[in-house]
Design a protein around this ligand. Sequence first.
Ligand code: APR
Ligand code: ZN
Ligand code: ZN
Length: 361
Amino acid sequence: MAQEVRGVIAPGKDEPVRIETIVVPDPGPGEAVVRVQACGVCHTDLHYKQGGISDDFPFLLGHEAAGVVEAVGDGVTDVEPGDFVILNWRAVCGKCRACLRGRPWYCFDTHNAGQKMTLSDGTELSPALGIGAFAEKTLVAAGQCTKVDPAVAPQVAGLLGCGVMAGIGAAINTGNVGRGDTVAVIGCGGVGDAAIAGSHLAGAAKIIAVDIDDRKLETARTMGATHTVNSRETDPVEAIRELTGGFGADVVIEAVGRPETYKQAFYARDLAGTVVLVGVPTPEMKLELPLLDVFGRGGALKSSWYGDCLPSRDFPMLIDLHLQGRLDLGAFVTETIQLDEVEKAFERMHHGDVLRSVVVL
Ligand code: APR
Ligand code: ZN
Ligand code: ZN
């Protein structure tokens, strides 16, 4: 029997979000219904609402979530009702070329639920990133559920489902930050701060936080930054070089997604260092760099999608480290809110007032 629950939809381009009744079908083969306990508010939800991702309105928003599996369809063996899970938007197929080469974090054919959730009049919903978790329950592919230790608070666990994993993964997976490395992070929102926390966890010797907002730099310190640079006042490339003995950082993580900050990252790294782009640019942005500098400076220019994470490998490990007190995921939760406060949370996010607002259900 399909169920009716409350959920937050974006009805049309730039229209305010609203709460609607959502019809959640019973899970079919390979699917799971999850009772959502917490879901963070991410920029991507706002981009969906603004029509910046696609025109497939109405969207069921929310994708940074944790909850409890309520029911599973035929053939589901990895999770069962009662399991505490973090939802992911990278349910790998296990069969594509990337998966077969042993690099499933590049999977080309990730899974979502086959059936559609709808409004009560039958209008099909497009769930944000194939999840749609600003709702009391949601239907996903079973592979989108990653079981973790239930001792963690849901509002903390859910964060790993998107932005915080993207940042931590940019440092530890894509950037391969290791003990003794020098790291600079440009842009200290939720993603940049997570890159700082990840670098700290990985044993970086120096972590330089760069932002144009002093409030953000203060928070960055609590996440593990050893130095801060306000790039409105100080040239960040020179400052980073100065702080690293004149060399530049081993790894520079760009967590803004703009050509000018990418250029700063490019020139702020040491010879043969690594640049990681985790900030998401918009389609019209172009980058111009002397090709000779790209050649002459060597090293690696990498992009990080979802922190190059493999949910089944990374989520349980990071939750365990959190529970051991070695990774303060709770520090990313600025406030917990109700389902009907998502619109307000978008505004606060827009003004840079929060790292994460998390809807608790
Ligand atoms: N130089 C340095 N920092 C900047 C600049 C700049 N020119 N412009 C903006 N910032 C800072 C902001 O002050 C803010 O602290 O970058 C940070 C961006 O943070 P958020 O807006 O909170 O975004 P976040 O959720 O961290 O995501 C950052 O990663 O996943 C992507 O889509 C996401 O592109 C976005 C980026
Ligand atoms: Zn695959
Ligand atoms: Zn997100």
